[in-house]
Design a protein around this ligand. Structure first.
Ligand code: ASP
Length: 458
């Protein structure tokens, strides 16, 4: 699968890696450390600390005339967002010893755009990445690493589909491949492209990963480095289990299974092309470039049963009982249809002869549970219905689980030793993971028990 790849490395730096001048100095040092790094994709400046908003969010606030932060307490006024964006870029330029006036004037003009509707939102949202790329290119050049910002509006990173959920157009790949990086490094802003008529459109949030993935696939890169502020994908949530380590190697399939249940590392769409072309993704930490990070590959030889355990909290469980429901053709379809009509995504639906349960994010039930119950009663006439809240689903994942029942046995034993009741058990059809439902109150203890039984200490 990896035939045809060359030795270039495409690096994507996330919002925290370009959040201020000091971070951008780290970016420069990382790029300088390996001459195979010729394509650099950047996000907009992210948060420098927990109490700050990302530049993209301020831009969305400006674009929506304050609606974006209207729910926030206290709300942030449009003028304050404008000031925050200006100040942030101003500080970065000054901190990097770059001339600030010309770029800030241009930024001012962009922020005052008279575009309206989705075109306005997309254009303004894209400005974070746009200026970030121009600043990084200018700084690399000033550091005697000639670079130029290669802007989607100039080389035609073509997209189609909805303006705020754009999709990459198939012709884009050729255009990216044609960018000449022999004399100058190419710094490409992530997150946006242009439609055929030149109008800017953005991907969904976190979409700079996607640009990076497109670039990596287009140039047949030997590696797509995704630089963030964590040292890879962890075996378990380190906020709950501080001893959890970064997983050295994962397959695309494994990361999908981990990410589908709360592991929030990477924009999924970004993987599609890399997976197809066999470009490995390497998740690394800008603040700790020596750390090994996590490599995501098409294949690996599993040496262990379980590589990571994902956890999803605040799950609601809707349980129905009706004699012989499994014999009623279309019962499950009608039930799921009701959830669909309410716009509620269903995670699991374990079923048996006389009963079925549907597991959902309980926040999705807010405000609609009574209507939902009524609709289920009227359409399916169950004998009983019960709604249970605050479950947590713990999901051990690993290629080594296939045809191997020991980890399942170990997991159940570890819960039983701690008297933790099992509210749900479900093996994935892929056999690469299984899901254990426990009450939210027992989730921390159960999570640790599973970690110790399946991963830790070896
Ligand atoms: N800046 C955009 C966002 O905050 C895209 C990205 O950072 O990937 O969603």
């Amino acid at each position: 699968m990896t035939t045809g790849l060359n030795d270039t490395i495409v690096c994507k730096f996330g919002g925290s890696s370009v959040a201020d001048a000091d971070q951008i100095v780290k970016v420069r040092d990382i790029v300088a450390a390996d001459e195979r790094r010729r394509h650099i994709v950047v996000s907009a400046p992210g948060r420098r600390h927990a109490h700050e908003e990302k530049v993209t969010d301020h831009l969305l606030n400006i674009a929506t005339h304050g609606a974006h932060f209207a729910e926030r307490r206290p709300p942030i006024a449009v003028e304050d967002s404008t000031k925050a964006v200006n100040t942030r870029f101003g500080e970065i330029l000054v901190g990097l010893d770059l001339p600030s006036e010309p770029m800030l004037q241009e930024l001012d003009r962009d922020l005052a755009t008279d575009l309206e509707g989705a075109a306005r939102v997309a254009f303004l949202a894209s400005r974070g990445e746009h200026y970030s790329a121009r600043i990084v290119a200018a700084f690399l050049t000033a550091s005697e690493m000639p670079a130029s910002a290669r802007l989607p509006e100039d080389f035609g990173l073509l997209v189609d589909g909805p303006m705020l959920q754009a999709r990459v157009h198939p012709d884009t790949s050729e255009r990216i491949a044609a960018l000449d990086v022999t004399d100058e490094l190419a710094v490409i802003p992530g997150y946006y492209g242009v439609q055929e008529d030149g109008t800017v459109a953005v991907f969904s949030r976190g979409g700079s990963d996607l640009t990076g993935g497109e670039v990596a696939a287009a140039v047949n890169a030997g590696s797509y480095e995704n630089w963030t502020d964590v040292s890879g994908v962890f075996e378990a949530d380190p906020r709950v289990l501080p001893e959890a380590r970064a997983i050295p190697r994962l397959t695309f399939k494994e990361i999908r299974l981990l990410a589908s249940k709360g592991f929030n590392v990477f924009h999924f769409d970004a993987m599609v092309n890399c997976r197809r072309r066999g470009v490995p993704i390497h998740i690394r930490n800008t603040n700790d470039p020596e750390a090994a990070g996590t490599r995501i590959l098409n294949e690996r030889v599993p040496e262990e049963g379980v590589v990571g355990i994902a956890r999803l909290d605040d799950v609601g469980y809707i349980y129905l009982e009706k004699d012989d429901l499994s014999m009623e053709v279309g019962f499950t379809a009608s039930l799921l249809r009701i959830f669909q009509d309410f716009g509620i995504n269903t995670h699991h639906y374990p079923t048996d002869r006389d009963d079925i349960a549907v597991l959902v994010d309980q926040t999705d039930l807010k405000g609609s549970i009574n209507d939902l119950r009524r609709a289920i009663d009227e359409t399916l006439q169950p004998d009983a219905m019960e709604v249970v809240y605050n479950l947590s689903i713990l999901t051990p994942v690993g290629l080594g689980l296939k045809h191997n029942s020991s980890p399942v046995a170990d997991a159940l034993q570890s819960l039983s030793e701690r008297n933790i009741a099992l509210e749900m058990f479900h093996q994935s059809p892929s056999q690469l993971c299984f899901h254990l439902g426990v009450s939210g109150a027992a989730a921390d203890v159960a999570y640790r028990a599973l970690y110790e039984a399946l991963i830790g200490g070896d």
